[in-house]
Design a protein around this ligand. Structure first.
Ligand SMILES: *Cc1c(COP(=O)(O)O)cnc(C)c1O
Length: 380
């Protein structure tokens, strides 16, 4: 296989990473926690206008695990999970011995369908089992249907964990993703909008919650001169090296969002004349996406039978990386046998969809190469 020349989503250095790393090394701060991590948390909280308290973690996945602990999810509980997502949104439910109940997506945002959510809650409650939490995702950067989902959550008094791993900087009615549920999480993995190599964050409302998350994330050490533990602990804190990279990355976050959005509008213009392609876009002014990845659906009835899979293979031969949309969790062997509520719309997304190269450092030449390849594939 030809190595990729153009990646789906690659790290984009600001140029200040070496300086920040140098400072950490000079201070011999090569550990977890401490001043550099506190500084990263502060700068991130500032991006959120201090509307939330921030705990930096060693991954988005561990952030979800901690968020579920905070919502009191325990062994035997049921958690309502968006099916159309990455497995990391759901795996922490299993770490806790809880049970996922999968919810299908709606066609505007591709995120959790409020009707399917309410059906699921009513059905589970009729069986005497009230779900403990809702994990809703801002997939590919697109905010979920916040008003409709929140109304259901409030009606049945079930808290929301907002998985904003892909949606740093996205907004719904002007409010930042990550602040739209009871708890929010972010990811700073290498392919996300900014990276700390590996990293994440838990966003909470109160100082008390922040302290509790911090306590669990650093081995649940009770106050005592010796190591004393009365709760299970985790080693989920962010490293100083990761935080140093993160501080450099955060400086240019606004530009990174602008660049991803510019990628989206480049593709939107390219596909304007393509009958067979529908680009996923903001359904209304209420939605502002960071367009972490630009995604399309190909209607093979209008493309002389050419499928998303054909396009992916064609692009691969040209050294251009594309990827199928997420395979729904209710179709994954690891989650076989768990309940699902929805109309299977996301199965159609998986069949017809493709993620396009969306890095914030994509050059004009790279965009031209992508445009030429797509035009050649569809022979326009
Ligand atoms: C990346 C991602 C995660 C997990 O984040 P990591 O930092 O890789 O652990 C969780 N949910 C979604 C939707 C993601 O895209």
């Amino acid at each position: 296989m030809k190595p990729f020349e153009i990646f789906l989503s690659e790290p984009h250095q600001s140029g200040d990473e070496q300086d920040y790393l140098q400072r950490a090394l000079l201070a011999n701060s090569i550990t977890t926690g401490g001043e550099i991590v506190t500084q990263f948390e502060f700068e991130l909280a500032r991006f959120f206008n201090h509307e939330v308290r921030v705990n930096a973690t060693n991954s988005g996945t561990s952030a979800i695990h901690l968020g579920l602990l905070l919502l009191g999810v325990q062994k035997g509980d049921e958690v309502l999970c968006q099916s159309f997502t990455f497995s990391a949104s759901v795996n922490p439910v299993l770490y806790l011995g809880a049970t996922p109940v999968f919810i299908g997506s709606e066609s505007e945002t591709w995120n959790m369908c409020p009707l399917a959510l309410e059906n699921a809650i009513q059905e589970r409650m009729a069986k005497g089992k009230k779900p403990k939490a809702i994990i809703v995702v801002d997939l590919y950067g697109m905010p979920f249907q916040v008003d409709a989902i929140s109304a259901v959550a409030i009606k049945y008094e079930i808290p929301i964990l907002e998985d904003s791993a892909e949606a740093l900087g996205s907004r719904y009615k002007g409010r930042l993703c990550g602040t739209l549920g009871s708890v929010g999480i972010l990811s700073f993995n290498g392919n996300k909008i900014i990276t700390t190599s590996s990293g994440g964050a838990v966003l909470v409302a109160t100082e008390k919650q922040k302290n509790k998350v911090q306590f669990w994330a650093s081995q649940s050490k009770d106050e005592a001169p010796h190591y004393q533990h009365s709760e299970v602990g985790y080693n989920y804190g962010m490293s100083t090296i990761a935080a140093a990279i993160g501080l450099a990355q955060l400086q240019l976050l606004d530009q990174r969002i602008e660049a991803r959005r510019a990628n989206h509008f480049f593709y939107a213009q390219l596909f304007e004349t393509f009958q067979c392609i529908r680009i996923q876009t903001e359904p209304r002014d209420d939605f502002y996406s960071n367009f972490w990845l630009t995604t399309i659906l190909i209607d093979s009835e209008l493309s002389e039978g050419k499928t998303a899979n054909d396009l992916r293979h064609f692009m691969q031969k040209q050294g251009i990386e594309t990827r199928p949309l997420w395979k729904p969790m209710h179709l994954q062997p690891v989650f076989n046998g768990y309940a699902y509520f929805g109309n299977k719309f996301e199965e159609e997304l998986f069949q017809k969809g493709l993620c396009l190269p969306s890095s914030s450092n994509m050059s004009h030449q790279q965009k031209s190469k992508i445009r030429n390849a797509i035009q050649e594939f569809f022979r326009v």
